[in-house]
Design a protein around this ligand. Structure first.
Ligand SMILES: Cc1cc2nc3c(=O)[nH]c(=O)nc-3n(C[C@H](O)[C@H](O)[C@H](O)COP(=O)(O)OP(=O)(O)OC[C@H]3O[C@@H](n4cnc5c(N)ncnc54)[C@H](O)[C@@H]3O)c2cc1C
Length: 408
């Protein structure tokens, strides 16, 4: 088991600097354009694929870094570059984690490479859990998966919403209800392979921030997938459902459902994205405050400005520490007895919102224009307190974990 250290090793530093170079040289210059276009930045994803940054290998290497710092470090640098483009690059990872967390080795080997494609023909993947009436309340999910035993096929019907890369993905991972009696414990995840009839894109959303990332509804009409597309396999599902039915009878212990398992693994990573955006805005504000002069001196000469920057940096560093702790705990198998994963996501996302707003303030009128990147960063930061569980839901998870009470 890896000893915990906050010092990145040589290899990690090298990887971090390599990602930072791509973020600074390729993502930053393209950020404003793709934000305006509100389209998936395919050429940038392709550039990332060419150098191996958008690939299963790279993602797996960071995912399995024994210190746990690989993913948060990569996320921070990419989202420092630009949040919208970065989400287009890492959105596939959320679907991949869904397969890594619940799939068999064979399923991982078959489907994850198809999520990425290759440098000459890049593909993306989508993870579809949220529905119009099931956002925070995952238990209200209605998309149904019914087993057709004669054909060994599952038939999926329903409407998913807010899916990153939804409809443009090569592979969709869809969470659906297999046993409505069990609420959120009766869910399972399915692979919908490329070009499966019955899957279509619904509305594409026009967003406040992260506009270079495609977000859309996904409509499933009699979508038939082979039995082998049930993540984890039928035997494991039947065992899990039997256990859940037993527990339901006893009225006891909670059984983790498929969607929650995916979210659990990805929350500190979202915290790291927020740290990246916050750090980017802080750096812009620091530089601006040192050069902008009013009353015959740089504005940073005023405690009113300098103290804000001191607070911004302190909060960013504190957020990173919470993210690193949670990522280290996840990789070393430490139990999240105080919901440390949710804590890291809650704190980092709130810090990103606050710090980017402060950056806009420090840049004054310029901060309010699209001439300066803090305006975009401020819009982008608003997503972190919403997706992968809102701040309120993180607080619920933390409070329930700490108290053991069913806080509402
Ligand atoms: C850009 C974007 C990308 C996304 N990508 C994906 C994706 O790839 N895949 C996917 O499946 N989903 C995705 N989502 C969905 C996202 O996870 C949901 O938006 C989020 O879970 C919140 O659900 P909701 O929007 O339905 O809000 P609601 O659940 O309706 O919440 C509305 C408000 O009520 C509050 N609230 C709700 N319940 C409680 C409670 N019990 N106590 C206190 N407050 C409460 C919430 O905190 C929030 O402030 C994405 C969303 C966005 C905006």
């Amino acid at each position: 088991m890896a000893e915990f250290t906050m010092e990145l090793n040589d290899e990690q530093r090298e990887v971090r600097d390599w990602i930072h170079g791509f973020a600074a040289d390729v993502m930053r210059p393209a950020a404003a354009e793709w934000d305006e276009r509100e389209e998936t930045p395919w050429p940038v994803i392709q550039e990332a694929a060419k150098i191996g940054l958008y690939s299963l290998d790279f993602y797996a290497q960071q995912f399995f870094d024994p210190t746990g710092l690989g993913i948060p470090m990569a996320m921070e640098e990419l989202f420092w570059g630009d949040a919208g483009i970065a989400l287009s690059i890492v959105g596939t990872g959320l679907a991949a984690v869904g397969v890594l967390a619940n799939g068999t080795e064979e399923q991982i080997g078959t489907w994850v490479p198809q999520m990425y494609g290759d440098a000459d023909d890049v593909k993306v993947a989508a993870f579809c859990s949220s529905e119009p009436d099931a956002g925070s309340d995952v238990g209200s999910m209605r998309t149904r998966a019914v087993y057709d035993e004669a054909k060994d096929e599952w038939v999926l019907n329903g409407t998913k919403t807010w899916a990153t890369n939804g409809g443009i993905a090569n592979v969709h991972v869809v969470v659906a209800v297999v046993d409505p009696e069990l609420g959120s414990k009766g869910h399972a995840s399915f692979i919908v392979p490329p070009n499966t009839p019955g899957l279509s894109q619904g509305q594409k959303f026009q967003k406040h921030g992260i506009r270079a990332s495609h977000t859309a509804e996904v409509v499933l009409e009699d979508v038939r997938v082979p039995g082998s597309c049930l993540l984890g396999g039928k035997e494991k599902l039947d065992e899990r459902l039997a256990r859940a039915r037993e527990k339901a009878k006893e009225g006891g212990e909670r059984v983790k459902n498929a969607a929650m398992a995916t979210f659990e693994a990805s929350r500190p990573a979202v915290g790291a994205m927020a740290v990246g955006t916050a750090r980017a805005a802080y750096e812009e504000a620091l530089e601006y405050a040192k050069t902008r002069e009013q009353f015959g001196r740089p504005i940073i000469d005023n405690q009113g400005v300098a103290f804000q920057l001191a607070d911004m940096r302190t909060q960013i560093d504190a957020a990173r520490l919470l993210v690193w702790r949670a990522s280290w705990m996840a990789v070393t198998g430490k139990p999240f007895t105080s919901a440390e994963g949710s804590m890291s996501k809650l704190f980092a996302s709130e810090v990103a919102k606050k710090v980017t707003a402060q950056a806009v303030q420090i840049l004054g009128g310029n901060g309010f224009t699209r001439e300066y990147p803090v305006e975009r960063m401020h819009r982008d930061a608003a997503i972190y307190t919403i997706f992968e569980g809102t701040s309120e839901i993180q607080r619920l998870v933390i409070a329930r974990t700490l108290s053991g009470m069913p806080i509402r």
